[in-house]
Design a protein around this ligand. Sequence first.
Ligand code: NDP
Length: 253
Amino acid sequence: MGRLTGKTALVTGSSRGMGRAAAVRLAADGALVAVHYTSRKDAADEVVASIEKDGGRAFTVRAELGVPGDVHELFLGLESGLRERTGGTDLDILVNNAGVMGGVKPEDTTPEKFDELFAVNAKAPFFLIQRALKNMPDGGRIINITSGLTRFANPDEIAYAMTKGAVDQLALHFAKHLGSRNITVNSVAPGITRNDNPVFGIPEVVEQMAKMSTFNRVGEPEDVADVVAFLASDEARWITGSFVDATGGTLLG
Ligand code: NDP
């Protein structure tokens, strides 16, 4: 039996990257996992197939975040998937992982881009938490993926970093709000972590990025997924409202 056997989890943006790794890890620990995506159905289906091949349980849920009706659509799919497999709609673990990078210089950041970043990265997690709390039993877990860029300057990502600064606030205030229900709320801040961005295929660029970590490598999705899995477990019951630096020492300076 895994340490999350009998638990249910939703990982937003788990068709790829860190979300995928977190979904796989939570399922390996025994949770029934909702693998959320917006456009890459093929990738989400592959995550479910991979989890099932290893004896785990998962299903896909589609919803574009950052648009009107996003949370409603996601929870329609989530509750239907949970009901089918468990007979109920309890959600024990919410991982707010889906996000979009900015990659635009401050002088080129349009109001439209700014609004999109905030809608997906900050507004959606807030309302996902608000909605998830209706389904979350006492002792639940909320984990929000923020970024080392809330503590490390990169002028090309000001608007993006602002959204993650907003995400950091979720842990502080919701943790206080939900203590009486024994629900923990924490932030996990990755540093540069491999995803399917083509830059990770260019050795010279990877070498430069690796230098930002004290371990002289870029992060792997599993480096972050393991932290998420710990915070989702009973072993992390005494940790709430925290900012967990999962940047591989990038913030050491
Ligand atoms: P990826 O870019 O690899 O994957 C993004 C995921 O989010 C995909 O599953 C994608 O779905 C989903 N997604 C994107 N936009 C939306 C949307 N509007 N609505 C619904 N789903 C959406 O992610 P990473 O692993 O790189 O990053 C994961 C998180 O970590 C993000 O919050 C990111 O900001 C943060 N982060 C990343 C760092 C990095 O170096 N990679 C560093 C620090 C923080 P689909 O596949 O369907 O498109």
